[in-house]
Design a protein around this ligand. Structure first.
Ligand code: SF4
Ligand code: SF4
Length: 255
């Protein structure tokens, strides 16, 4: 019997829903999943119940919080798909500024037609069974999560940071070139995708397991020693997972 599946999008760019449609193994996935609710891609959608619900995006309106609570009641397994759903993502940068300033910057004089509240990861409101981070989510990570759902297994735990994977690539450290790389405090699992191509890690997979306040303090010292401008630091910490501890506390307490 196929797995009855819903795919919904909250506050996000829809990139993770498109990423799902772009998975090379989609035909094989559709042999396993019966996608009965997917408003982005289907005209007719069922009300559930579902075996599996994939949620893209963070919550930033009261209606979205109600929506995911209802979804949680109707689904056996719930997956946060992508960085916005797992950690708030770039949307949650708005939490660090006043609502008035954000509205003025983004909409100018146009009045917002709906109530916008703090952007938050979906785990702030409902139980999340699997988190598949990445902006957009990592396809391999998703396929691994899907296999585990099918086999009724638990999510994997990633204990190492991006640096650990970067070292395996033997390309040298970008910090030595005075580039602000978040690798030391960010969760691995992407095979150090960005540093592998010469770009500093931006932190899209959220804090690593060992990214405690003391570790981050040591990292801040390294950044200082490598001449990274102080004003860049809070911006980079808040970019993808600024509302997740301990990044949040670092931003508020130090900057
Ligand atoms: S380039 Fe970035 S990820 Fe690679 S070792 Fe240096 S700090 Fe770590
Ligand atoms: S290197 Fe960093 S920014 Fe790039 S995919 Fe991995 S976690 Fe995300």
């Amino acid at each position: 019997m196929k797995i009855k599946t819903a795919i919904i999008g909250l506050t996000a760019c829809s990139g993770c829903q498109v990423q799902f449609l772009n998975i090379e193994a989609l035909p094989e996935i559709l042999d396993v999943l019966d996608i009965t609710y997917f408003p982005l891609a289907k005209g007719k959608n069922s009300d559930g119940p579902f075996d599996l619900t994939l949620i893209e995006g963070c919550t930033s309106t009261p209606e979205q919080i109600d929506e995911i609570k209802k979804m949680r009641e109707k689904t056996k397994t719930l997956v946060a798909l992508g960085t916005c759903a797992c950690f708030g993502g770039v949307n949650a940068m708005k939490n660090f500024y006043s609502q008035e300033k954000i509205e003025e910057e983004v909409y100018g004089g146009t009045k917002l037609l709906y109530k916008s509240i703090e952007a938050s990861p979906i785990s702030n409101h409902v139980k999340v069974d699997f988190c598949v981070p990445g902006c957009p989510f990592d396809k391999e990570g998703f396929l691994d999560a899907l296999k585990r759902v099918v086999m009724d297994k638990k999510p994997p735990k990633i204990y190492h940071n991006v640096c650990a994977e970067c070292k395996l690539n033997e390309r040298g450290c970008l910090l030595e070139k005075k580039k602000f790389c978040m690798g030391p405090v960010v969760m691995g699992g992407c095979s150090a995708l960005c540093p592998r191509h010469g770009y500093p890690c931006q932190g899209c997979r959220g804090p690593s397991e060992d990214a405690k306040v003391e570790t981050i303090d040591a990292f801040l010292k390294i950044l200082e020693d490598h001449g990274i401008p102080k004003e860049e630091i809070p911006r980079k910490f808040m970019k993808y997972a600024g509302v997740i501890e301990p990044f949040r506390r670092i931003i508020y307490e130090r900057y």
